[in-house]
Write a protein that binds this ligand. Structure first.
Ligand SMILES: Nc1ncnc2c1ncn2[C@@H]1O[C@H](COP(=O)(O)OP(=O)(O)OP(=O)(O)O)[C@@H](O)[C@H]1O
Ligand SMILES: [Mg+2]
Length: 426
């Protein structure tokens, strides 16, 4: 299968074709002679891989970079499980290293240590002198991860976690979250990535209904054994929706909100972020012990409200409450949903609503009962049913304001502006 010449492994061309490591940046850190010789032999054989090999001391001075850039893969020799844990914890605490593929080289790891290290954030654990298949399989897994993130190097900057909150029942938050997630799935696929939707309304969440999913996530597993949570478990809990959207749905039986521990919710979000370009979260109307954790993890918070006095007053109260929490300087963007067209009679103007909310309204979403009732009845979200409707186009505007979608050229002139084309809008 392979030849060895001058200590360089030459891969069989069929393997090379299957394992395309072109452009892969790798940092290898090994101090022991055996590990250094073993990995360098293989690395020299991988064409297109840019790598640096450092010893532990050099690594401490140099940090996790190859030619001043963050690598795709870190192959790191560790003394034992404790040493490994210290490294993993430090690396995963750095937001810009969130997507680094970490492959540990370790002498006779126990089964327990492997499980714990994978949970802590390692991607692979190999022996001190991995064979070619082990090492290339690990690199292949890292390229799968790269595909999820997308090809371009600035992908991380376009990753987004978007949270929808609401303060009065039926504001339309879930509908917006579902449609946004589907639109982002389409966007993510352009770069070879994925989006996911997390329904954290674990009592009466109905995102699954809106998407007509065949089953719900078994959140009971998560509640029963939160310490088992890792990427694989989360992936297994997610249900595949339209267009390949991954959905963590609410459970079959309503759960008390405190059944989910704060640390579990934090871990769910952090794992989801690692594996999906876009993470959309739909929150319950109730404030929970983990609300602040979710909001702190968000890149963008949308507060959905209807345009009536009661709804606006509740929204204002929610804004006040959240502003008392330290959300790390994050601002809340208000969305006026079911905004009637002029013909439908507007009781409260945007200016009046903004005065009540004491924040400006970011987007107004048109009222369209016909479309949304239909979409609920058929289990086909509006964005799939009528992608050019005014409702669907407003989703684009919303996502652009969250910097999750590049801005489209809008013509707002009276003659033929964005809102002039299209179908049976209200
Ligand atoms: N822009 C809109 N125009 C017309 N109807 C809408 C609009 N947005 C949402 N709806 C309808 O309002 C109802 C409530 O929507 P949704 O479930 O999204 O609200 P929510 O804020 O998530 O409510 P909950 O408090 O139950 O979580 C649904 O029947 C939905 O179809
Ligand atoms: Mg809802």
């Amino acid at each position: 299968m392979t030849d060895t010449t001058d200590n360089v492994v030459v891969l069989d061309s069929s393997i090379e074709d299957a394992l395309n490591f072109d452009g892969l940046r790798l940092l290898a850190v090994a101090s022991s002679q055996e590990a250094r010789i073993s990995i360098e032999t293989y690395l020299k054989g991988y064409e297109g891989v840019e790598y640096e090999l450092l010893n532990q001391r050099e690594f401490e001075q140099h940090g996790v970079t190859v030619n001043a850039e963050i690598p795709d893969v870190l192959v790191l020799e560790v003394k034992d499980a404790t040493d490994a844990e210290v490294h993993i914890e430090a690396i995963r605490a750095e937001p810009e290293l969130e997507f680094l593929h970490i492959c540990l080289l370790m002498k006779s790891p126990t089964k327990n240590a492997i499980v714990n290290l994978l949970r802590a954030g390692a991607d692979d654990i190999l022996s001190l002198t991995p064979n070619e298949i082990e090492l290339s399989s690990s690199l292949a897994r890292s390229t799968v991860n790269r595909a999820v993130v997308g090809d371009d190097r600035n992908a991380a900057s376009r990753r987004r976690t978007i949270v929808f909150i609401h303060a009065s029942g039926g504001a339309g938050a879930t509908t917006l979250a579902v449609n946004s997630a589907l639109q982002l799935q389409k966007e993510a696929k352009r770069f070879g990535g994925n989006a996911c939707l997390i329904d954290l309304d674990i009592q009466f969440g109905d995102a699954d209904l809106q998407l007509d999913l065949p089953m719900r996530s078994n959140l009971f597993e998560l509640v029963k054994s939160p310490d088992r949570l890792d990427s694989r478990m989360l992936e297994n809990l997610m249900i595949k929706g339209p267009d390949g959207l991954h959905v963590l749905t609410s459970p079959d039986e309503p759960l008390p909100f405190d059944a989910l521990e704060k640390s579990t919710v934090e871990k769910v979000i952090s794992l989801a972020r690692r594996h999906h370009r876009y993470v959309v979260i739909d929150m319950p109307i109730t404030l929970t012990s983990w609300t602040d954790s979710v909001l702190k993890a968000a890149d963008c918070i949308f507060l959905v409200t209807q345009m009536n006095v009661l709804a606006l007053r509740s929204a204002r109260r929610l804004i006040d409450t959240l502003q008392e929490e330290n959300l790390g300087g994050k601002s809340i963007m208000a969305i006026a949903n079911r905004y009637p067209s002029k013909g439908q009679g507007r009781k409260i103007s945007i200016a009046e609503a903004e005065k009540m909310l004491r924040v400006s309204i970011n987007t107004t979403v048109p009222s369209n009962f016909g479309l949304l009732i239909n979409s609920l009845d058929q289990g086909v979200p509006a964005i799939l049913q009528q992608p050019t409707s005014k409702y669907s186009r407003t989703i684009d505007e919303l996502l652009e304001s969250a910097s999750a979608k590049p801005a489209t050229q809008k013509k707002r002139s009276f003659g033929g502006g964005l809102f002039k084309r299209g179908d049976a809008d209200v």
